[in-house]
Design a protein around this ligand. Structure first.
Ligand SMILES: C[S@@+](CC[C@H](N)C(=O)[O-])C[C@H]1O[C@@H](n2cnc3c(N)ncnc32)[C@H](O)[C@@H]1O
Length: 180
């Protein structure tokens, strides 16, 4: 199963203004990453995305979204609404909320035996990676990633892409290898 981690430096850790997703810690960016990680045409992928939220008022938190998500369509507003509901304490079978730091989340994945790949423009060319094993891909937001992440840095090319574009690329790339 493919897993993704999105590091969101300003992602809200309490209820926010759902009418202003970009102004609420870039929830628009988070929602696009979720769509890219989980949706294909007319159905959900068996993937998982973790969002490391590091903005006010109660950071850090991790929201995990799986294909068990219910009553959500692949549009930014709907996903933003659900992230807000979860932060308000509502439940959805495919979304969990934990008080957890980004470092602890990476540690958890390493302990689970995942291969951690850190998406970075200057990393090793993804085309040269022979075996992804059981991968978790770590992607930064518009601000980027912390420097000191345990994992192998990989690049999808010299151009700096949006986080959601990196996730889409990886999904299509791995679909075509059809191994994971
Ligand atoms: C919009 S970029 C971040 C730009 C930010 N100013 C920086 O310098 O890191 C969002 C994230 O997408 C990933 N990314 C963007 N382009 C990439 C590329 N060509 N190869 C690998 N990862 C990339 C990185 O994880 C990056 O943190």
């Amino acid at each position: 199963m493919r897993e993704f981690i999105l590091y969101s430096q300003k992602g809200p850790t309490g209820p926010f203004n759902v009418k202003d997703l970009p102004g609420s810690g870039r929830v628009d960016l988070i929602a696009r990453a979720v769509i890219s990680a989980l949706w294909i045409s007319h159905k959900l992928r068996d993937n998982v995305i973790h969002i490391s939220l590091n903005g006010p008022p109660n950071s850090p938190k991790v929201i995990t979204i799986t294909s068990n998500i219910r009553r959500v369509s692949p549009d930014e507003r709907a996903i933003g609404l659900w992230i807000n509901k979860i932060l308000y304490g509502k439940s959805n079978p495919g979304i969990t909320l934990r008080d957890m730091s980004f470092g602890k989340l990476i540690e958890e994945k390493i302990n689970e035996g995942k291969n951690v790949f850190v998406l970075h423009e200057g990393g090793e060319d993804v085309l040269n990676v022979k075996d992804f094993g059981n991968p978790v891909f770590v992607v930064g937001d518009n601000i980027g990633l912390p420097d000191d992440i345990d994992g192998k840095k990989i690049s999808i090319g010299p151009t700096s892409y949006l986080a959601s574009q990196c996730i889409t690329f990886l999904n299509v790339f791995l679909d075509r290898q059809s191994s994971i």
